[in-house]
Ligand binder design. Structure first.
Ligand code: GLC
Ligand code: CA
Length: 543
């Protein structure tokens, strides 16, 4: 256990992300809900996770699946009630599972009371809660684009002004320059903390200090000032975990965000490794092969640079990313082997691991007809690229590989209709491979992907080297192996992963003969330097 376990429990924790809409439906309206999550808490307990990050369940018109909040202090009826939420928090607590809520502080919904007031007139007390620029219809303040396509400016004829939105038109940006906005948000956060919430994930937090006139979106000049104030007024009151989504984070800013003095956040999600397989300077839809040597370089740099002066979050998947086994593993012949290899590779590193629902089962990407996609980003891109003359085939290829809906298909619980997710009509189609890939098949199988994840969690809790060990990359230029060590004064861990689907020989100088094999994803393959496709091993020695 880490030395500072008492104050930084999250350094020893493994966090599980739930996308509530797609996790478990308890009333058969086809939409996952809070009572559904309660029904599955024992499953999560069995897996061994310490906390659950819930994607937003607040009241919302669901333009962006809840990332457009119209009331931060209420639950959307599709998910349940405030009482259900309180029930979830207490049922989770009984099982030593903390609930982490997803705070969307950069923008609200256009249906939030604040925005409805704000657009009434320039003198309305809420007007200045948002970011406005004077103008003439058709003459945009500048050419900034929204992340989901189109201009970042939207005209409101009644008051002859444009408002700024970095995401959809239904997600107007909040004005953090206004101290009243900050105070409102802090009191809302404190209200949730008093309800027993044990942490927060902060949506696009590095975009709050935008300065549209200078075309600054993330890392605005006042960003760290705002975050320190936010942290002081809220999070620092209790020993909770906070993770900021920071697409623009660099090693240097991450050191500030996750400063061990606790002045900002516990950690951030950075994306340097997860955008490597796209064409540089282009959009996420413009796919490129994964530069493997670079992947090793990037992950190892983050491991080394944050050692003792920051903290990493570890993730392959989330609700915005395609499924990792389809992306960097092999979701056909070696699905099981490659999913386990990716689990071993990630969970051996220093940081707090995040498991995205279904990742522990090796759930895969899907290929649907365009009518079956639900994600606003995917649908906007489809329209935009059609207009630009891209071929249907190339657009669909990008969608198959990158659509956020790959991660949002219903959780595959068993092989009954709709994967046991709902007895109604699911809001998004179930991946047809649920008949084979599902939780019921895996929970009691010692060789399953689920059991591999469970084992990784147990190992992290048993050996301190997983938490505190210094990271060292091995074989940086090797084109088959991702291998590294973790080391403390009295323990050493070797993690050796054949990243590809071919047999390979691992040429390490170190002698692993006398070490304990903590984990291997192939049976009986202990001491040889021959590795099978996607073979992964963890060796351990007490010094
Ligand atoms: C974050 C969320 C994403 C959402 C966006 C806007 O990137 O992860 O799902 O669409 O912010 O809130
Ligand atoms: Ca439901």
């Amino acid at each position: 256990m880490s030395e500072d376990k008492k104050t930084n429990w999250w350094k020893n924790a493994v966090i599980y992300q739930i996308y509530p809409k797609s996790f478990k439906d308890s009333n058969d309206d086809g939409i996952g809900d809070l009572n559904g999550i309660i029904q599955k808490l024992d499953y999560l307990k069995d897996l061994g996770i310490d906390a659950v990050w819930l994607s937003p369940v607040f009241k919302s018109p669901q333009d962006d699946n809840g990332y457009d909040i119209s009331d931060y202090q209420d639950i959307d009826p599709i998910f349940g009630t405030l009482e259900d939420m309180e029930h979830l928090i207490s049922e989770a607590k009984k099982r030593n599972i903390g609930i982490i809520m997803d705070l969307v502080l950069n923008h609200s919904s256009d249906e939030h009371y604040w925005f409805k007031e704000a657009k009434k007139s320039k003198d309305n007390p809420y007007h200045d809660y948002y970011v406005w620029r004077d103008g003439k219809e058709g003459e945009l303040p500048n050419d900034m684009k929204a992340c989901f396509g189109g201009s970042a400016w939207e005209w409101v004829p009644e008051i002859k002004q444009y408002y700024f939105h970095q995401f959809s038109v239904k997600q107007p940006d909040l004005n953090w320059e206004n101290p009243k906005v900050r105070e409102e948000l802090y009191s809302m956060i404190n209200w949730w903390m008093d309800k027993g919430v044990e942490g927060f994930r902060l949506d696009v937090i590095d975009q709050i200090a935008k300065e549209p006139d200078k075309k600054i979106t993330n890392n605005g000049p006042r960003l760290h000032e705002f975050i320190r104030e936010l942290s002081k007024e809220t999070f620092q009151r209790k020993d909770i975990v906070t993770v900021g989504e920071a697409g623009g984070a660099t090693i240097n800013t991450a050191k500030m965000f996750s400063n061990p003095d606790g002045s900002e956040l516990s950690m951030v999600f950075q994306f340097e490794h997860i955008v490597l397989d796209q064409q540089e300077g282009k959009e996420k839809w413009d796919i490129a092969p994964l530069p493997f040597i670079k992947l090793k370089e990037v992950l190892s740099r983050w491991q080394k640079e944050l050692y003792k002066c920051g903290w990493n979050s570890l993730f392959w998947d989330n609700h915005d990313q395609p499924r990792i086994v389809s992306r960097w593993g092999d979701d056909k012949e070696y699905r099981v082997e490659s999913a386990k290899m990716l689990a071993v590779l990630l969970h051996g590193m220093q940081g707090t691991p995040y498991i995205y629902q279904g990742e522990e089962l090796g759930m895969t990407n899907v290929q649907y007809h365009i009518e079956d996609y639900r994600d606003i980003e995917t649908l906007n891109m489809y329209k935009e690229r059609k207009d630009k003359g891209y071929s249907e085939e190339s657009i669909m290829e990008s969608i198959y590989k990158r659509s956020r809906d790959n991660a949002r298909t219903p959780m595959q619980w068993n092989n009954s209709a709709n994967a046991g997710f709902t007895e109604g009509l699911p809001w998004i189609k179930v991946n047809p491979n649920y008949v084979k890939i599902n939780a019921a098949e895996q929970i009691n199988d010692p060789d399953s992907i689920f059991t591999c994840y469970k084992t990784m969690i147990q190992l992290r809790k048993k050996y301190n080297v997983f938490i505190d060990g210094r990271f060292e990359l091995l074989l940086p230029d090797d084109t088959s192996f991702f291998a590294y060590t973790r080391e403390t004064s009295n323990e050493k861990l070797y993690v050796i992963c054949n990243f590809y689907g071919k047999d390979a020989v691992c040429n390490l100088d170190d002698n692993l003969e006398d070490m304990e094999l903590l984990y291997g994803n192939y049976k009986g393959n202990k001491k040889t330097d021959m590795y099978k496709p996607y073979e992964a091993r963890m060796y351990y020695v007490k010094k």
